[in-house]
Design a protein around this ligand. Structure first.
Ligand code: F6P
Length: 544
């Protein structure tokens, strides 16, 4: 494994020097100089098309980036991932989310044991549970079929199933209703439960650790809500299920053994959609569609493992991201799906990318001296066009974008879809080429307005296209970004599979809570801002 300080590597330095040259070039010039640039800088793999020609790059840029990838021994690192090595070093765990969609039939060993039989067994149990609820055969305590499923989870135990449920809504069984409650804000649970009939409601507590404050608080409140109706803990048996790597805690909570669906330490929370965390999704779309989703992931995994780096979509996306963030100064990255079903995809990617690569210390424990994971954000197009695209086109922050589009729509109103795609392609075009003064003058724009109506252009974007949004496409898209994150972690020399940065806030909240409740005096180390905020909040509480 190569842990050499990245910024000291000759390949890194070569890119730095090269960036100075590229910085003076405009995309207009690059396209004018090469009539087939739009297809030269494009690649297709696992049914996904990537146009990356609208980045400030030349063939030399791509060669230098590839050289950096080779110098970081990316090929070896990919092999270590798929060999099940303990690459999550700070937690001493292998990283095996790929095993959840492995169709090879080969064993996957963890500490001398093949984990695949257990993986298949849990999936079969999930399929049985999904089949039962879909056939309206999962009955509540009063004998009524359960028709509302409330997932209680946060982070990876919420974002994946919530995003995928929305994305695959077209395929969902319509007489079942799915709700996702994540926030500690009582409003989230209360507003969700208000219209729900307890006799028809199933709660799924999704938590890898089964200790997460938000989820445990919501689970306890949901249990009380059910008990208000039934006054008998036996009701928990029919109305609660758990998805967790800590089955003992789920059992102690009161969940029946047959409703506990296990997953494992070697599945990271943000990579857990295909584990039992996908149970509500499987209930919604059915085990066959879930299988198609898994196949989609597997197809992108196979492409990632086998394709040459020059045609490897996750590698290309990762290298372009490194180029934009590290060498061209783009510190935020917008993901703009032109598909309403993908509404939650940017939020899902926020955890995937920012929790994985939002790190400022390298694998040697030294502070990095180059930018790592950028801020990721986004909204579906065309909505975003009428909100924040002004800044994308004429603002000062440097943003890179991924446009995501589907060639076919699943729905009627076909010409909406053509308009939608026309907008998507046009936005990337406007960002890249802008609009200069001469053109405006030719159009007779008054001189006083010229400065405000010029678009400087030269703003980078990738365009990612697939045929239609089906489970397989969704799987391929998610795996594309998962592997992009992995490649970037290797090249930035950071550990992508831990998340120590989330710990401090949790610890401090536990110290502040007794202060808010008036059960603790301020410690001598309490800063004046924290004290003032606690006093301000507590003053209102006393008035209530
Ligand atoms: O605090 C961050 C985090 O640990 C995420 O990584 C994880 O997805 C989320 O909390 C939820 O954790 P759990 O599934 O254990 O409740």
């Amino acid at each position: 494994m190569n842990r050499e300080k990245r910024s000291g590597m000759p390949e890194w330095q070569a890119l730095k020097n090269h960036a100075q040259k590229i910085n003076g070039l405009h995309l207009c010039e690059l396209f004018a100089a090469d009539p087939i640039r739009g297809s030269r800088f494009a690649a297709e793999g696992a049914g996904i098309y990537l146009d990356y020609s609208r980045n400030q790059i030349t063939s030399e840029t791509m060669e230098l980036l590839q050289a950096l990838a080779r110098a970081c021994r990316l090929g070896k690192e990919i092999a270590r991932l798929f060999a099940g090595e303990k690459i999550n070093e700070t937690e001493n765990r292998p990283v095996l989310h790929w095993a959840l969609r492995d169709f090879s039939g080969l064993p996957v060993m963890v500490d001398g044991q093949d984990v695949m039989p257990r993986v298949r067994q849990v999936r079969e149990r999930m399929a049985a549970a999904a089949g039962r609820i879909r056939a309206r055969g999962w009955l509540g305590c009063s004998g009524k079929p359960l028709s509302h499923v409330v997932n209680l989870g946060i982070g990876g135990s919420d974002l994946g199933p919530r995003m995928a449920y929305k994305a695959l809504r077209f395929y969902a069984q319509r007489d079942l209703h799915f709700h996702f409650v994540s926030n500690l804000d009582p409003g989230h649970l209360a507003e969700t439960l208000r219209p729900l009939p307890p006799e028809e409601t199933l709660f799924i507590i999704a938590s890898k650790t089964f200790t997460t404050q938000e989820t445990m608080a919501n689970a306890a409140a949901a249990r009380s809500w059910l008990m208000e109706h039934y006054q008998d803990p036996i009701a928990l048996r029919a109305h609660f299920a758990a998805v967790t790597a800590n089955p003992a805690a789920a059992h102690d909570f009161g969940i029946a053994a047959e409703n506990i669906f296990e997953f494992w330490e070697w599945v990271g929370g943000r990579y857990s959609l295909l584990s039992a965390v996908g149970l509500p999704l499987m209930m919604a779309v059915g085990p066959e569609r879930f299988e198609e989703l898994r196949r989609g992931f597997w197809e992108m995994d196979s492409h990632f493992r086998d394709a040459a780096f020059t045609a490897n979509l996750p590698v290309l996306l990762a290298l372009l991201g490194i180029w934009q963030a590290g060498f061209m100064g783009r510190s935020t990255h917008a993901v703009l799906p032109y598909d309403q079903y993908l509404e939650r995809f940017p939020a899902y990617l926020q955890q995937l990318e920012m929790e994985s690569n939002g790190k400022d210390v390298d694998r040697n424990g030294e502070e990095v001296d180059y930018p790592t994971g950028p801020v990721l954000w986004g909204e579906p197009g065309t909505n975003g066009q009428h909100a924040f695209y002004q800044l994308l086109h004429q603002g000062t922050p440097a943003v890179s974008c991924d446009f995501i589009g589907l060639r076919r729509s699943l729905n009627p109103f076909r010409d909406h879809h053509e308009q939608l795609l026309a907008n998507m392609i046009a936005q990337g075009q406007a960002l890249a080429f802008g609009r200069d003064r001469e053109e405006l003058e030719r159009e007779g724009v008054p001189a006083t307005q010229l400065p405000f109506r010029v678009f400087s252009g030269n703003r980078p974007s990738n365009t990612i296209l697939a045929d239609e949004l089906n489970p397989s496409t969704l799987g391929r898209l998610i795996a594309l970004y998962e592997h992009k994150v992995f490649v970037q972690g290797v090249i930035w020399n950071i550990f992508s599979f831990d998340q120590w940065g989330v710990e401090l806030g949790k610890k401090l909240a536990n110290r502040i809570l007794p202060r808010l409740k008036g059960q603790a005096a301020p410690g001598s180390d309490e800063d004046s801002s924290t004290r003032a905020l606690i006093d301000y909040v507590s003053a209102v509480k006393r008035e209530q």
